[in-house]
Design a protein around this ligand. Structure first.
Ligand SMILES: [Zn+2]
Length: 115
């Protein structure tokens, strides 16, 4: 009955942050990089080829996409949701697998006997 929350849409459209693998500096497109005269709102993709990490000076290629600011929490929620089975203890997992195998075997056997 209601539209999606506005924040979600904004987060999805927000340009990704990039993290320097060498020193951990995060380039935030919303802030830009005042040291290199990069205006706020400049996406990482549009930075000059010669742009370097303002902290340690490594090249652009050393940066990794860490997603938009609001993305990590949502991503983790999805991860937990998608991998729910992984939260079972190993014992529970074995039981689940063994149970499924036993059921499958019984099912197969019943078909075999019936035909
Ligand atoms: Zn750096």
């Amino acid at each position: 009955m209601s539209d999606r929350p506005k924040e979600l849409t904004l987060a999805e459209q927000a340009p990704a942050n990039y993290e320097c693998r060498a020193c951990g500096y995060v380039y935030d497109p919303a802030k830009g990089d005042s040291k290199s005269n990069i205006e706020p709102g400049t996406p990482f993709e549009e930075l000059p080829q010669l742009w370097k990490c303002p902290v340690c000076g490594v090249r652009r290629s050393q940066f990794v996409n860490i997603g938009a600011k609001d993305a990590p929490s949502g991503f983790q929620e999805n991860l937990t949701f998608g991998l729910g089975v992984n939260r079972l203890t190993p014992g529970q997992k074995n039981l689940l697998i063994f149970g499924a195998l036993a059921l499958g075997f019984l099912f197969f056997m019943s078909l075999y006997t019936l035909s």
